[in-house]
Design a protein around this ligand. Structure first.
Ligand code: ATP
Ligand code: MG
Length: 397
C-alpha cells in the first residue's frame, strides 16, 4: 500500500550549526535506500522526516531500518489540523491495529504546534471517546495498552501506532572515510559496522594468501561486504595478494613475531590504500587482550608503522558482546564458516605478547623487498559490492 512514513532521528538533532548538513546527508541516504520504492516526496520538520511513497510502505520502512542516523520509522497517516479530520484519521489507524487482533489502546498526543486550540490531554480524551464509540469491542488501557496511538500536532496532524527501530548513529559519510582491515573473522566486520554507525564510510581491504588460504576464505569476505552493503548501498573492496609477503616474513622472521610482522605489513599497505582513497584513518577488529597480538604492547608495535589514527571500535568489548552484535547485524553466520585466514596459517607456537619495538624494527629490516609491496598493490583486485538483500525487521507496536 502506498502511504506516508514518519522517520525519527536522534543525535543529529543535537548538531547545532552543522545540523542542516547532517540532515541533508541523512535524506540523501534515505533516498538511496528507498530506490525502487516510489518516493514521491521527502519533507523535514524539527526532528522528523516525512516520506511519501507510491509503493509498499512497509517495504519502504524496512529499507529505512538500515539507514544510520534514524532511530525509528513508522507508517503514518496524516490529517488537516482539524479535530473532525483527526478523529477520522485516528479511527483509520486504529482499524488497522484492530485488524491485526489488538484489543486495547491508548491515545498519546503531542502538540508542538501550540496554535491548535485543544491541549494534548483534551485531544486524548476527545479521540478516546470517539474511538470507543467507533469500535465498541476495543478497550482503553492507559497502563499497558497493546496499541499506543501516537498523535503529533504539527503543521498537520500525524498519527501512527507501530514502528521499526533504526540503527541510530550518524548518517554514513558525515565523518569521512577510513580503510577497514577486514578478515573473514567475527570481529572486523563488526568493527566496520560500528565505525559506519558513527558516520564513517569504509573501504575494506582483505589480505589473501592463496593457496594457504582458499578462495572460500575470500568468498567469505565478499559475503561479509554484501552484508555491510545493506547499510551502505555499495562497498568497495580491495583484495590484496599477500602470499609472497607472508612467505618472506615466514622465511626470514622469528617465529614468535610472525603475527606482529604480518600485521605491520598489513598496516603499511592499508595506509597506501587510504592515501589513494582519500581515507583518513584505519579500522581494525582488535580488542585488548583477546589474543597475544592484541596486548597493549602488541597493539603499539602494530600501530607504530603508520601515521594515521587507527580506530579500534571493539577495543573494550568482550567476545560475547562482539558475537551478539555480529548476530544482530547479520555477519555472524558468515564469519563462522570454517575456512582459515592468513593469520591462522603460520601461527607461532609461542607468540610474543610483549614485543620490543626496537627488536621488531631490527628483525624486520630487509625482510620484505619494498618491490613486493608495490607489486601487491598493483595486483589488488578491486570490486564494488552491492546490496542485494531482501527486507527484514520486526514491528514494534
Ligand atoms: P577478526 O575476527 O576480525 O579476524 P581476530 O580477533 O581474529 O579478528 P586477528 O585475526 O588477530 O583477530 O586480527 C586482528 C585484526 O587484524 C582483525 O580484526 C582485522 O582488522 C585485521 N586482519 C587480520 N587478518 C586480516 C586479513 N587477512 N585481512 C585484513 N585484515 C586482517
Ligand atoms: Mg581473525
Amino acid at each position: 500500500m502506498p502511504g506516508l512514513i514518519l522517520a525519527r532521528y536522534g543525535e543529529i538533532g543535537l548538531k547545532g550549526k552543522n545540523r542542516w548538513l547532517f540532515e541533508e546527508k541523512l535524506i540523501e541516504r534515505m533516498r538511496a535506500a528507498l530506490a525502487g520504492c516510489g518516493v514521491e516526496g521527502i519533507e523535514r520538520e524539527y526532528g522528523r522526516i516525512y516520506v511519501r511513497v507510491s509503493e509498499d510502505v512497509e517495504k519502504a520502512c524496512r529499507r529505512l531500518t538500515r539507514v544510520f542516523g534514524l532511530v525509528a520509522v513508522s507508517p503514518a497517516v496524516s490529517a488537516d489540523l482539524d479535530l473532525e479530520a483527526i478523529k477520522a484519521a485516528a479511527a483509520a489507524a486504529l482499524a488497522e491495529a484492530r485488524a491485526e487482533g489488538h484489543t486495547t489502546f491508548k491515545v498519546d498526543t503531542r502538540r508542538p504546534n501550540k496554535s491548535f486550540p485543544l491541549t494534548s490531554p483534551e485531544v486524548n480524551r476527545a479521540l478516546g471517546t470517539h474511538l470507543l464509540r467507533t469500535f465498541p469491542d476495543l478497550k482503553v488501557d492507559v497502563h499497558n495498552p497493546a496499541v499506543k496511538l501516537e498523535v503529533e500536532l504539527r503543521e498537520r496532524a500525524y498519527i501512527y501506532w507501530r514502528s521499526l527501530p533504526g540503527p541510530g548513529g550518524l548518517p554514513l559519510g558525515v565523518s569521512g572515510r577510513a580503510v577497514l582491515l577486514l578478515s573473514g573473522g567475527i570481529d572486523s566486520p563488526v568493527a566496520g559496522w560500528m565505525a559506519m554507525k558513527r558516520g564513517v564510510e569504509i573501504i575494506p581491504v582483505y589480505f589473501h594468501s592463496f593457496p594457504f588460504t582458499s578462495d572460500r576464505a575470500k568468498e567469505k569476505v565478499v559475503d561479509l561486504c554484501r552484508v555491510l552493503a545493506r547499510y551502505a548501498g555499495r562497498i568497495k573492496l580491495y583484495v590484496i595478494p599477500f602470499t609472497d609477503i607472508q612467505k618472506a616474513l615466514h622465511q626470514g622472521g622469528p617465529d614468535e613475531l610472525q603475527t606482529i610482522l604480518l600485521r605491520r605489513m598489513m598496516m603499511r599497505i592499508a595506509r597506501r590504500i587510504a592515501e589513494r582513497e582519500g581515507a583518513v584513518a584505519l579500522i581494525t577488529g582488535e580488542s585488548v587482550g583477546q589474543v597475544a597480538s592484541q596486548t597493549l604492547p602488541s597493539l603499539a608495535a602494530t600501530g607504530a608503522v603508520v601515521d594515521l589514527p587507527i580506530l579500534r571500535p571493539l577495543i573494550a568489548l568482550d567476545k560475547e558482546e562482539i558475537i551478539a552484535r555480529a548476530k544482530s547485524i547479520g555477519t555472524f553466520e558468515i564469519s563462522i564458516r570454517p575456512y582459515a585466514d592468513c593469520c591462522t596459517v603460520f601461527v607461532p607456537r609461542h607468540p610474543e605478547t610483549r614485543p620490543d619495538l626496537d627488536r621488531v624494527a631490527r628483525v624486520e629490516a630487509g625482510l620484505v623487498d619494498p618491490a613486493l609491496i608495490d607489486a601487491a598493490l598493483e595486483r589488488a583486485e578491486i570490486s564494488e559490492i552491492e546490496d542485494e538483500s531482501t527486507e527484514e525487521g520486526s514491528w514494534e507496536a
